[in-house]
Design a binder for this molecule. Structure first.
Ligand code: ADP
Ligand code: MG
Length: 680
């Protein structure tokens, strides 16, 4: 019986109540516990002399208890224990609250290891509630797990230990022997033991490398199999190219790159035995919408419906208005379907979609709901695809009988990663911006120049323009004190420099309706200055906005800054991007001056990848892949190896039906089961 079939309650000390907490962490079975890897390790051997302990930083000291434990009751009944410890270099006060056991655990004169943060108080240096262990255990490495309220690390450690002890003596390895050998990977049993309880950090690295490899390989294989599955002979053929007559109608001429994208899609829809499955990758402002509009027109003229799904209400609304203009007097009916519409509005829209009265349907996730039924969906388009999961993309396509699928992304992805992330898609790159764009002037300044920058914003607003100011946080106390938060920042501006100007606030904690209202007010010009978090990042188009000012700019990935900057420079007015940061980190200056130097999204993405690694590059996992438990793409070497290994295995057995790959097949299934509903 697989450990994935044994419920977590079989472990000692885990009853129904506790099991519910484990479930919150995604752990339902003993097998899940084994693949719930530590997020970090505590290594107690790295001891700091008391004299060198830096206030505010976590450290381990090795010291003797120099006084008996002094217990006092505080007003309100709290128990406070105080004692003093010392090593050769100095003394430290320890304070514990409500811990009755301290006096029996810490013996006067004995030596212990203590781990905690050192702080200064009136009486000198102290640690509040440090963890401790006897000095003899200095070498042990403790795994640190992600927790949820009600579960502490100790419980997790115990569960992991017991779960590991239930592994059979001979463990079948999902990685075929050839692969283990070729890439010098350690066996599975060694890896599992040492990822949880490493004998030393080198063993942990070895274990980790193997598990990362295995996960990336699984992902690679899964994505490749998905691609081959979508290549069945089921395409809807659209023989006549109707795009030229639509392109005629546009108020501008398509760029060469846009034209090429249209032609590639039209060819896919006409000639291929399997449905189109294509990604259009084009920098912000490269005009992806017009390309899609042409393809929607083409689809309808060929006798089918088209769907265009956007990640936010604001974007869907914007596309809808845009399409209404572009399709005026074509006789085609454009439908909008979003979650915030009233129940009756939605019902009517759905009736028209089902009857076939609607030709082109633009909407949000509402399109995916079961009650949305298309009469004859011929082409399913997903905008800003990184906001959706692989499964959601598939769900939109499932609304038709093998419709053509097109996804759009403004996030330039370096090729190595593109292979995995879009393993299931053909790719078209729009590498040209429409003509006549004036470059956005970008400046990188310190906070000493902030007032001048705000003065500049004021001047722009006086000239009738609008501005965005982006802060890293929503409100105070979410993180570092030095970080600007949108609420306080906006309040300060409203009372200060901009007291006679309309200032608005936009952030992710607001309700969808409120956000939409603020965005609409900004779009109409009612709000002149919008203080926001990165929620403005996605696709919003306000042509009159000419300044993008970003506070604590060092906190953002370059790709995010690039997306933010893409919010301005969309109209005929000259636009500016002001990056504010006092951060003195080694990369900050180089990264931010890169932003000043170039507007090329691919160059910026490459730089970002080099300097911060893809973990940051992807921000909040906005790539639609299944949730990985250990790999994170930052190890490009392992990534490349896993790709090579995937190709090798598929050559031996194209559908992995080979018996040696049975366990790998199961792994793939398991990994992709977690895809559904993991995205917001
Ligand atoms: P994105 O690729 O970021 O989605 P959009 O499709 O929103 O870009 O296009 C950005 C702006 O450029 C829109 O206002 C659109 O009308 C305009 N545009 C698109 N294609 C062209 C073109 N070939 N010539 C001039 N303007 C264009
Ligand atoms: Mg767009």
């Amino acid at each position: 019986m697989s450990l994935y079939e044994i419920p977590i309650t079989k472990l000692s000390g885990i009853g129904e109540k506790r099991a519910a907490l484990f479930r919150k962490l995604g752990i339902e079975t003993v097998g899940n516990m084994i693949s719930f890897y530590p997020r970090d390790y505590e290594c107690w051997s790295d001891v700091t002399p008391i004299a060198d302990a830096v206030p505010g930083e976590r450290c381990v000291v090795r010291a003797r208890v120099a006084t008996p434990v002094n217990q006092t009751r505080l007003p309100g009944g709290r128990l406070m224990c105080k004692l003093r410890i010392g090593d050769d270099t100095g003394f430290l006060n320890l304070v514990y609250f409500n811990n009755r056991y301290i006096s029996s655990m810490l013996r006067f004169g004995e030596e212990y290891l203590f781990m905690g943060k050192v702080a200064y108080d009136r009486y000198g240096r102290q640690m509040v509630s440090p963890e401790h262990r006897v000095a003899a255990d200095a070498d042990a490495i403790t795994p640190i797990y992600n927790l949820t309220a009600g579960l502490n690390n100790h419980i997790m450690v115990r569960a992991a230990k017991e779960a590991l002890s239930m592994l059979p003596d001979v463990l079948r390895d999902p990685l075929p022997y050839d692969i283990l050998n070729r890439y010098q990977l350690c066996p599975l049993s060694y890896a599992l033991q040492n990822i949880h309880f490493p004998s030393d950090m080198q063993a942990m690295e070895k274990a980790r490398h193997r598990l990362v490899f295995e996960e990336l390989l699984t992902l690679n294989l899964g994505m490749r199999m998905m691609k081959s599955r979508s290549q069945e002979d089921t395409a809807i053929h659209m023989p006549t190219d109707f795009t030229p007559e639509f392109v005629e109608r546009l108020p501008f001429t398509l760029t060469g790159a846009q034209q090429r994208a249209v032609s590639e899609c039209v060819a896919d829809m006409r000639d291929k035995p399997s449905p189109m499955n294509r990604l259009i990758q084009g920098d912000v402002g490269s005009g992806k919408t017009a390309v899609c509009a042409a393809l929607c027109y083409h689809t309808v003229k060929n006798g089918f419906q088209a769907a265009f799904m956007a990640p936010t209400e604001i974007l869907a609304q914007q596309h809808f208005e845009n399409f209404e203009k572009m399709f005026a007097d074509t006789g085609m009916h454009i439908e909008l379907l979003t979650g915030s519409m009233t129940a009756a509005e939605k019902r009517h829209a759905r009736e028209r979609i089902e009857s076939g009265e609607s030709d082109i349907v633009i909407g949000t996730h509402a399109l995916l709901s079961e009650s949305t039924v298309f009469r004859s969906l011929g082409c399913a388009i997903t905008d800003e695809q990184h906001r959706f999961g692989v499964a959601q993309r598939a769900r939109l396509a499932s609304k038709g009988d093998h419709p053509h699928v097109l996804v759009l992304s403004a996030t330039p992805i370096p090729r190595t990663l593109g292979l995995i992330i879009y393993g299931d898609l053909d790719i078209t790159v729009i590498d040209e911006l429409p003509p006549g764009r004036t470059p956005i002037e970008t400046y990188f300044i310190g906070t000493d120049k902030r007032d001048r920058a705000l003065g500049f914003v004021k001047k722009q607003v006086d000239e009738g323009r609008q501005a965005y100011i982006v802060c890293p946080l929503v409100e105070e106390g979410e993180g570092d004190l030095e970080l600007q938060n949108a609420n306080d920042y906006a309040a300060e501006l409203m009372l200060g420099v901009f007291k006679d100007y309309p200032v608005g606030i936009l952030h992710g904690k607001m309700k969808a309706k409120e956000k939409e209202k603020v965005m609409a007010q900004f779009a109409s010009g009612e709000i002149a200055i919008l203080v926001s978090t990165t929620v403005v990042e996605v696709g919003v188009d306000v042509k009159n906005a000419t300044v993008m000012m970003v506070e604590n700019a060092d906190r953002f990935g370059l790709s995010t800054l690039h997306q933010l900057r893409g919010r301005v420079g969309r109209g005929k007015h000259k636009s500016y991007c002001i990056l504010v940061s006092d951060h003195k980190g080694e990369n900050t200056e180089q990264r931010l001056t890169t932003m000043c130097r170039t507007e090329n999204g691919f160059e910026i993405a490459d730089m970002d990848l080099k300097m911060r690694g893809p973990g940051d590059f992807f921000g909040n996992r906005q790539h639609g892949l299944p949730q990985l438990s250990i790999a994170d793409f930052s190890d490009t070497e392992t990534l490349a190896q896993s790709q090579e290994a995937a190709e090798f295995l598929l050559k031996i057995s194209p559908d992995l039906s080979d018996d040696a790959m049975r366990l790998l097949r199961a792994k793939i299934k398991q990994l992709f089961r977690t895809t559904e509903n993991t995205m917001n």
